[in-house]
Write a protein that binds this ligand. Structure first.
Ligand code: NAG
Length: 378
């Protein structure tokens, strides 16, 4: 099956219109700096919320954090996540996790609302479909936290100023909604009906931040679900599992991720049109393409030959992923050079892979280009 990123499937004329729509509304000069980042998401974007809130969660013990921070920070990686690289490139401070701050001063450099295990959809909705979420936290919670933090700023005028000077990063969101369905033995075609609901939840959040005065919103897309060691292990030896002959990824899961991304992309275009003339930049940031490229030709990007094997994990096996020997628990093993691996723990990526994806996100959303912000790319 074809794995061409979706925009190239569109006919030329429409593509030109879409590209024009995706060009930054502001000139680079008008965007010399953001005060900070406001981030929403799940464990792919959590920089310490689950840890600060519960004292545990993924990323709360070594070897998480060993490559970059030197200690566990609640990030689900050996080092930095995509958000960290973007923040660094733009010369900003890491945002304070919502659960690690209280006052306006605590949050002056930005806030991260992303929470490991969070779903886009509400627990009640998932339960009504016979699904059990990992944690009882959805985008609705993150939206409520956002309102709380915004109200720490007294005047509405100052709130709008703050929003205008913030870079809002949304997602990836939805992976946990789909994962809980896969764990409940649903097939990709049974999971697909969830997609429009997930997109709707993301749309509500984006609308809310825009109403509050946000001028720059980046909506990040889904990664290739079928290339994730966890999913590969879950579907291993199941009837009907189909693999891409070149990559070894699960084709139908990747197709689900692309369906999600197409709908997300369309939603972003609709919101751009709806906000035309209001000086609002809304970007779709592709995260599927960069990961797919690495998995296809890992050596070209400096990775080892086995992009579908987790660096940290257990159970041996083809993907080094065991549901009971997860990275960080006793019996899990650690690879000797995480920088050669795409997957850190079978679900989340390594510091190196996250850096690559962040670079692609920065490139594809032109306004974030470090030079346009006057930041030297050291
Ligand atoms: C998340 O939202 C639900 C529903 O409003 C609420 O019951 C729950 O307490 C919230 N959780 C947190 C940690 O804010």
């Amino acid at each position: 099956m074809s794995t061409v990123p979706f925009p190239s499937r569109l006919c030329g004329g429409l593509l030109v219109v879409m590209v024009a729509l995706l060009l930054p509304v502001h000139s680079a000069a008008g965007k010399s700096s953001y005060t900070g980042v406001l981030s929403f998401g799940d464990s792919l974007a959590d920089t310490g919320n689950a840890l600060a809130h519960t004292g545990g969660g993924v990323g709360s013990q070594l070897p998480y954090g060993e490559t970059f921070f030197g200690h566990p920070t609640g990030r689900a990686s050996d080092g930095r996540i995509v958000l960290d690289f973007i923040v660094e490139e733009l010369g900003m401070e890491y945002p304070t996790p919502y659960f690690a701050g209280k006052t306006a001063a605590d949050f002056q450099h930005g806030v991260n609302f992303a929470y490991g295990g969070a779903t886009a959809l509400d627990p009640e909705f998932l339960r009504s479909r016979g699904l059990t979420p990992f944690v009882l936290l959805s985008l609705a919670n993150q939206t409520a936290w956002f309102r709380q933090v915004l109200h720490l700023v007294r005047s509405v005028h100052a709130q709008r100023e703050l929003m205008a000077r913030s870079l809002v990063m949304v997602g990836e969101m939805g992976i946990n909604d789909y994962l809980v369905a896969f764990f409940a033995k649903r097939t990709p075609s049974e999971v697909e009906p969830l997609v429009p609901h997930v997109i709707q939840a993301v749309r509500s959040l984006v609308n809310e931040v825009i109403s509050a005065g946000a001028k720059t919103v980046v909506v990040r897309g889904m990664i290739p679900l079928g290339c994730q060691p966890q999913m590969l292990a879950l579907f291993e030896n199941t009837a009907g599992a189909e693999y891409n002959g070149k990559t070894g990824c699960l084709t139908r899961l990747n197709e689900l991720a692309r369906i999600h991304n197409r709908k997300l992309f369309r939603m972003v275009l609709e919101l751009r049109l709806a906000n035309l003339g209001r000086g609002v930049d809304i970007f779709y940031a592709d995260q599927y393409g960069p990961v797919d490229s690495i998995v296809r030709t890992p050596r070209r990007y400096g990775f080892g030959e086995k992009p579908l094997v987790a660096c940290c994990g257990g159970g041996g096996g083809k993907y080094n992923f065991g549901f009971s020997t997860f990275c960080g628990v006793e019996g899990a093993t650690l690879c000797s050079d995480p920088s050669k691996y795409v997957s850190w723990d079978g679900i989340h990526m390594t510091d190196t892979a996250n850096g690559r994806v962040a670079a692609a996100v920065l490139r594809s959303t032109g306004i974030l280009r470090p030079k346009s912000l006057g930041v030297a790319s050291a």
